[in-house]
Structures are given as C-alpha cells and as structure tokens.
Design a binder for this molecule. Structure first.
Ligand SMILES: [Cu+2]
Length: 481
C-alpha cells in the first residue's frame, strides 16, 4: 500500500511535525481556530482529555459533540471530516472503577449516529448499538457505572447500522481509559497511542470510493486500508524516552481493516494487558499482532543511550484474501520515532511479577456451545437483521463460543457487553488467561472462547470488526434475558 508517493507524504509530514490543528468548523462558519494549548502533556501531541464538569464525587460528566469540520490531516490541502469536539482522534475519556459516568452526546452530523463504548461492560441502553440511533440535531445521555475489575484501555466510536465504516473513516474515534482503584504500575509514564490509517485524494478529501468501483470492491473484500498511517492523528510522531526509563504504552487499533504487528527493532517489549486490562504476569514479546479494535498495553524499556533513535514499526502480517493482497503487504512500515533524551540514565523502576488475579471462567460450567461459522460477509450463512435474534441466552449463564473461519482471510470477531476468555485456537490452548472483547480468527482457523453473561440483559451485537464486513451485514444479535 505504501508506495513512493505515500512515503513522500509520510516523510514530509514528519519534517513538518504539524500539530493537528482545527481549521474551521463548517457548521458555525468559524474562522481558523487553533487548539494547540489543549494538547496533553505527553510528548506525542495527542488528543486532549475530556473535561469532567461534575462536582459530585466519583462522577464523571462530559459532553461530546460529533460535528462536521475541516482539518489539516495531511500535508497539503485540508480535509472535510467529522470530529468529536473538533479533534481526530476525539479527546480521551478517562474514568475510574466505581465511577458513575454520564456522557452527553450532541449529534451535529447530517446523519444518525451513536457512540459505542467498545469493550465496556455497561447496560445495553448505553451500548450505542444500532438499536439506539441518535438522530441529527438530537442529543443522548449515555449513563453507566464503571464496574470493579474492568480497568483497561478501551475506545469509543460510532455504531449506527450500516454507516459505521464511513463515520470512523471521517474521523470519529477516540480512546477511553478505565483506571483501577489501585494501579500496580502507578507512577510509570504513560502514552496513549491510537493507531489508524486513511486514504486521501489529491484534493485532500478522504478517499471513499463507490462500492461498485474496482477499488470499492477491493475495500469490500479486504476491508478498507489507507496508505497514510496515523498515531494520534499524526504521521510519524515522536516520543521521547530517557535512557533507562520504562514507559507504559496503551495502544488501540482504530483502523477499519489494517492489522498491525507491532515491534521495536532490536528490542523486546513487556506485554502486560489485552482488551480487558492487565494480565496476571507480564510476558516478554518481540512483536504483537493487534487486530481491528483490539488493544494492548506494553512496557517499553529505554535500553538505549542518550541521543539514540529507534522506531515503532508494524511488520508484515498476512490477513488478506490472496487475490487482493496489497502488492507491498510484506514491507515493514514505521509508525513513530522513539528518541532518547540526553538525560543521565535513570534507574528503571521494578515491575511487579504479579499484576493482578484474573478469575477463571470454568469450561465445566458452560451450559451451551454457540457455533459461529464465518464466511465472506456472512455469519452462519446469514447477514444482519435488526428484527432477528440469533442467539438467546439466560442472564448469568456461562457459554462457549466456537468461531470457525472457513475462508482465506482473517476476521476479527467482537462481542458487545461482555468480556470473554479465549480458550484455544485450532485446539491449541492459549498460554495464559486474559480478558478480551475482540479476538482475531485467522483464515481457516477456529477459536473458542468462554463468556458469562453477567449483570445486563438485552440485545447485544456480535460481528466482524472489519468495518466494511460489519456494515455489509457480517453481524448478529445475542439476546440475554
Ligand atoms: Cu470480516
């Protein structure tokens, strides 16, 4: 995907190191209004944090406006986009376990939208699924309590029926962090890295081809990938690290279809968390495959010396249908620069050997196995129907899902509302427990996971998280009652 031209775009944007500036808000006819001073204190000039307007203890109340805007997304012409509070990605929503959270969504878009709090265990009325669209010009209050044990890295994005890919491509996505009451890694410097990609036309507009055009058909097949790779809305941003310092990176794959295989050349990372929060023990890894909508947390150790420079890369990962595999899929791509400061070496902090305990979901307690056969665009041979319930289950029941991918490309499978534990892939047990809400099911593979439907009845979506597949109906409904 990344040819000579886009390499040039990457390079020139890096040299420019432009902050992500709001140019105009079309709906209000504002003139250029820079928002640089809202940028967080992290070295990556990422999104601002949503301001809590509540004066009540343990309560977070924020307002998110989804609105058309015009932004400098790449070097050159500006881009007509959608943004949450004028930013791409949207501002970070930061909450604690035990908090009461109220989010006022104001929809100033020309079409219905929702906000789905991806991975959160919350009431179905606040899930932001296609069952609860917010019409243009209308508002909606999402209202939920953050459960204990759910601390982790999440994200939010629209989920309005068949328009999800379009709205996310236009810029609607943001990070959400749930902090625990006591963090075993308290005091370690954090970076939030929201990964996404996009494709632009020469006039700066987002390239969303007609579905029946040759490129549109490839997008439908593979999922739409872009040749411009963003980290927090920036191309090739820079992170500073002191020699000896350890940093905690919370990484979110917000791309429509691109699967990342993350690595820092010549060094390992400590993988400490998946979608639903910390592992029991850190795991040393050379690289991590991060499928669409998955999150990981890693500890990056500043092993280098003052003035050294390295990069975070995405390595080749073959998720594609062979016939439409991008020509340069096998080339690594740099995502961000990691640069050592000239500070004297700091003493690395000690990392606890045990981060927390994760309760076991016992397969002997499972009362059903749900078989989901994924083919190209279908789940169990069907496309999504809002008026059909595909799986009915009892509140509190423990069940196994057996997700069988029978085609020649990967499908990342997401279940709303309930975190699960992956059991095995093709019969090979996963090496350790973790909480997940999305699992990549590689081509011609079967993944089994176990889930307990705690607390919240209702109609919950499950679907492929390649947005083109989801929007074309690769989705079903679980009703818990
Ligand atoms: Cu899919």
């Amino acid at each position: 995907m990344v040819g000579l031209k886009s390499r040039t775009v990457l390079l020139s944007a890096f040299l420019c190191a432009c902050p992500f500036a709001v140019v105009t808000a079309q709906e209000h006819g504002h003139t250029a209004a820079r928002v640089d001073k809202e940028v967080t204190t992290t070295t990556v000039p990422g999104p601002a944090v949503l301001v809590n307007t509540s004066r009540v203890a343990n309560t977070v109340e924020v307002t998110i406006t989804a609105e058309p805007t015009r932004l400098s997304m790449i070097t050159g012409p500006t881009t007509s986009a959608f943004a949450y509070n004028g930013r791409i990605p949207g501002p970070i929503l930061e909450v604690h376990e035990g908090d009461h959270v109220i989010i006022h969504l104001i929809n100033k878009l020309p079409s219905p939208t929702t906000i789905h709090w991806h991975g959160m265990h919350i009431p179905v009325s606040s899930d932001g699924s296609p069952y609860h669209p917010v019409m243009p010009g209308k508002s909606f209050d999402y209202d939920f309590k953050v459960m204990d044990g759910t601390a982790g890295t999440y994200w939010y994005h629209p989920h309005p029926g068949t328009d999800t890919g379009f709205q996310i491509a236009k810029g609607l996505y943001g990070a959400m962090i749930v902090r625990p009451r006591v963090d075993p890694l308290e005091g370690i410097k954090e970076q939030v890295l929201v990964l996404s990609d996009n494709r632009f036309k020469a006039d700066g507009s987002i390239d969303l081809p007609d579905e029946l055009s040759p490129l549109g058909l490839i997008d439908q097949q593979n999922g739409r990938e872009g040749n411009v790779l963003f980290v927090n809305g920036q191309v090739m941003p820079k992170i500073s690290i002191k020699p000896g310092e350890i940093q905690r990176w919370r990484i979110i794959n917000a791309a429509a279809a691109r699967v990342y295989r993350l690595a820092i050349p010549g060094q390992t990372m400590l993988h400490i968390a998946n979608d639903g929060g910390l592992f029991e023990h850190p795991v040393e890894v050379k690289d991590i495959v991060l499928a669409n909508s998955e999150r990981v947390e890693v500890l990056v150790r500043g092993n280098g010396n003052a003035g050294d420079k390295t990069v975070l890369q995405t390595l080749p990962y073959d998720r594609y249908v062979p016939q439409t595999k991008p020509a340069d899929w096998d080339k690594p791509i740099d995502l961000l620069a990691l640069e050592y400061t000239n500070d004297t070496r700091v003493e690395p902090v000690a990392i606890p050997a045990t981060l927390r305990k994760i309760p076991v979901l016992d397969t002997l307690k499972a009362t059903a196995t749900r078989v989901m056969v994924l083919s190209q665009g279908f789940i169990n041979g069907k496309t999504h129907d809002m008026n059909r319930v595909d799986v009915t289950a009892k509140l509190g029941a423990t069940e196994i899902w057996q997700v069988e991918n029978i085609v020649g490309m990967d499908h990342p499978f997401h279940l709303h509302g309930f975190q699960f534990q992956v059991i095995d892939q093709d019969g090979v047990p996963v090496p350790f427990r973790s909480w997940k809400d999305t699992v990549n099911v590689p081509k011609h593979s079967t993944v089994r996971f176990i889930v307990r439907y705690d607390d919240y009845p209702g109609k919950w979506m499950f679907h492929c998280h390649i947005l083109d597949h989801e929007d074309h109906g690769m989705m079903g409904v679980l009703e818990v009652h």
